[in-house]
Design a protein around this ligand. Structure first.
Ligand SMILES: Cc1cc2nc3c(=O)[nH]c(=O)nc-3n(C[C@H](O)[C@H](O)[C@H](O)COP(=O)(O)OP(=O)(O)OC[C@H]3O[C@@H](n4cnc5c(N)ncnc54)[C@H](O)[C@@H]3O)c2cc1C
Length: 401
């Protein structure tokens, strides 16, 4: 089956779905091609912290109704070390900005519903997805859906297919420069049926390593522990997980996470990765397809959102008046924000984790770093403005919102 569209989007994660909706709002056609099922894409447990700008964007796009009702607004965060929690008040330090805890799967669910309501095409469970003719004026996406082979001719392809997708590897060798840092630890994450015992996230540096207390809803707690990157999850019984969580997180004032039934557990390795430029010919990479951050700064999903805002602005100008300048600057504009988020995520990760090769000096320096952070208004302001999200590189109006 041969068909045509203006923008072919590979991947129905946050980047692909948000881009599709932004284009729809500007009257631009798109087809989204996803290799997993709708249920798999929705059930995948990943990010949960939305920056102020991401929340504002989802509202401006008209897909924030459930987010407004069910999202948990947090006006600050706790940093814990030497068994004491220290509060950083985002609202006070950033002129009223906040973060919102709302699971990535909820964001994806809302975006899929919005897509279906537009009746624009979204293919789940597409097999053998490939992209071709990327340096021509009509690049192609090929895939098999059911028993039918599809050839989709596009003006532009958006590679929103995540770190393991097909788009980035389809760029000829030598075009992209890759920057990478692999960390010598991973996160063991659990979802537990336990009411969160604190209203805000608690980041902990303990002698035994990093731990993070967070939540997904008023009844579900989300907790993480630093473990070796290749740690088999089978080595951790539920009892052992709770014992380690409580050892690392409990503070002298008697605070500790509430214990409950563990309903999901997994280990995720951590890396920082950037591929530049985020464009080759008529292929534009967005989100995890172009960059990965360690989750410590909660930036992955938010970067995906800011990339597609920049891409939507460029495509709007391209279709409205043939302007290519913003397509040409897409990669540079995105990378300014990407590298700042990379730096922040690396800093949060290095300051809060214990590296296997660190010295006693390194650990004392980490404690001093956290002591400074939690006692200096300037340092707290720096963390707060980065955590709630640096300003968008382009205005919502320029992307047609
Ligand atoms: C296990 C895990 C835990 C994470 N935890 C956090 C966290 O706590 N905080 C945080 O901020 N970030 C976290 N992240 C990062 C965050 O989830 C990502 O940054 C975010 O999902 C990026 O969105 P995306 O749309 O760019 O990519 P993705 O969400 O990866 O979406 C890409 C989509 O493309 C599809 N796809 C892949 N290959 C193909 C193909 N060949 N053809 C068609 N479709 C394809 C995929 O199935 C997927 O639906 C986590 C990531 C992982 C993997």
């Amino acid at each position: 089956m041969h068909h045509k569209t203006q923008v072919g989007i590979v991947g129905a994660g946050p980047a692909g779905l948000m881009l599709g909706h932004l284009l729809h709002l500007n009257g631009i056609d798109s087809v989204i091609v996803e290799n997993r099922s709708r249920e798999y894409v929705i059930d995948r447990v990943r990010a949960g912290v939305l920056e102020q700008g991401t929340v504002d964007l989802l509202h401006a796009m008209g897909v924030g109704a459930r987010l407004r009702q069910e999202g948990l607004r947090h006006d600050g965060v706790f940093i814990s070390f030497l068994e004491q929690r220290h509060h950083i008040n985002f609202g006070e330090l950033t002129g009223g900005k906040a973060i919102t805890v709302y699971g990535q799967n909820e964001v994806v669910k809302d975006l899929i519903e919005a897509r279906i309501a537009t009746s624009r095409p979204l293919y789940f469970e597409a097999d053998h997805v490939s992209v071709d003719a990327l340096d021509s004026s009509s690049p192609v996406i090929r895939f098999r859906h059911g028993d039918v082979d599809h050839e989709l001719q596009c003006d532009v392809i958006a590679g929103c297919d995540g770190f393991h997708g097909v788009c980035r590897p389809s760029v000829p060798a030598g075009v992209l420069t890759m920057y990478e840092r692999v960390y010598p630890f991973g996160w063991l994450g659990i979802l537990a049926e336990a009411a969160p015992s604190c209203d805000e996230l608690v980041y902990t540096l303990h002698e035994r390593g990093f731990a993070l207390f967070s939540m997904r809803s008023p009844t579900i707690t989300r907790l993480y522990l630093q473990v070796p990157p290749d740690e088999p999850i089978e080595r951790w019984s539920d009892e052992a997980i709770w014992q380690e969580m409580l050892t690392r997180m409990a503070t002298r004032d008697g605070w500790k996470p509430s214990v409950g039934r563990i309903v999901q557990k997994s280990v995720t390795p951590m890396r920082s990765f950037v591929a530049t430029p985020m464009r080759y010919g008529r292929l534009f990479l967005a989100g995890d397809a172009a960059h990965i951050v360690p989750p410590t700064g909660a930036k992955g999903l938010n970067l995906a959102a800011s990339d597609v805002l920049v891409l939507a602005r460029a495509l709007k100008a391209f279709y409205e008046n043939g302007q290519t300048e913003w397509l040409d600057t897409y990669s540079d504009v995105c990378l300014r924000r990407v590298w700042k988020a990379q730096r922040f995520s690396w800093w949060m990760t290095s300051t809060l984790h214990r590296a296997p090769d660190e010295s006693a000096f390194d650990h004392q320096r980490q404690i001093a770093d956290l002591d400074y952070l939690t006692s200096s208004r300037a340092a707290m302001t720096s963390l707060a403005e980065q955590y709630v999200g640096l300003p968008a590189e382009v205005s919502f109006e320029s992307a047609g919102l």
